[in-house]
Design a protein around this ligand. Structure first.
Ligand code: ATP
Length: 243
């Protein structure tokens, strides 16, 4: 059962076309990774899904119902929450207040301050601290917790590993596995293709605004990913490198 689907999705910034007819979907209970080089269109895809960019009519569906044109707030209310790149916490608010902001406008469900604190115990210890006083990894936990507090049906994570040490990245993704075990559906955007492959059921690679590869993550090889990531340039380089 498709929870979210894009059909021939396009996106523009003024005259510049960033996405060219993207067919993408996430089934209920699935984790789907989106990978691709800088500028491939990953953030643009996420902005279109979350209503920050307005997609053309008939290109975006949640539960089979069209949602193109809904405001970001209405899309959150329908059950789509995002952990944005760079976390974007409220600097003047405490950890607990940041988490509670996530519940505002969200849905009812299993996620509340207590269940988030169980997932990330350090957030309970630091609940009164300003969010910006936390380490980068702890701030990422707040950002994930804040998104979970809206009890989303679809959690979208934009580059969780950015700027974090490998041990912290592992901790964050281990927590995400715990969350996934509750049956939550997720889209993860990752520059780190190994993490993306390991964490997801299926993956899409974008290149210059088009899907260059899609498949079941454990069946997709690293060479295929490299070719899809860099496209013709990589193929040409590989050919040049051959004797
Ligand atoms: P990154 O990993 O660097 O975040 P990305 O895969 O998320 O890259 P996008 O940010 O979606 O890529 O960018 C896709 C294309 O759209 C790029 O060519 C980028 O320069 C362009 N673009 C992105 N945002 C804007 C904007 N606000 N105005 C004009 N062009 C933009």
């Amino acid at each position: 059962m498709k929870l979210l689907e894009t059909r021939k999705l396009t996106a523009f910034y003024g005259d510049f076309q960033a996405l060219f007819g993207i067919d993408f979907h996430v089934d209920e209970g699935e984790i789907v990774a989106v990978i691709g080089a800088n500028g491939a269109g990953k953030s643009t895809l996420l902005k279109s899904i979350t209503g920050l960019l307005v997609p053309p009519a008939q290109t975006l569906y949640l539960d089979g119902k069209p949602i193109a044109g809904l405001t970001p707030a209405k899309i959150v209310h329908r059950g789509v929450a995002m952990v944005p790149e760079g976390r974007r916490l409220f600097a003047s608010l405490s950890v607990e207040e940041n988490l509670l902001m996530g519940a505002y406008g969200g849905r009812r469900g299993i996620w509340n301050f207590e269940s988030v604190a169980k997932l990330f115990p350090i957030l309970k210890e630091r609940r009164k601290s300003p969010a910006t006083a936390l380490s980068g990894g702890q701030q990422q936990m707040v950002a994930i917790g804040r998104a979970l507090m809206s009890n989303p049906r679809l959690l979208i994570c934009d580059e969780l590993s950015l700027g974090l040490a490998p041990i912290v990245i592992k901790e964050i993704y281990d927590a995400l596995k715990t969350v996934a075990a509750t049956g939550l559906t997720a889209i993860i955007v990752e520059q780190d293709t190994s993490t993306a492959k390991e964490m997801s059921n299926r993956l899409y690679c974008l290149q210059e605004g088009r899907v260059s590869l899609t498949g079941i993550s454990r069946q997709v090889g690293h060479e295929q990913i490299t070719a899809a990531y860099f496209g013709l340039q990589a193929n040409a380089l590989l050919q040049q490198a051959q004797p």
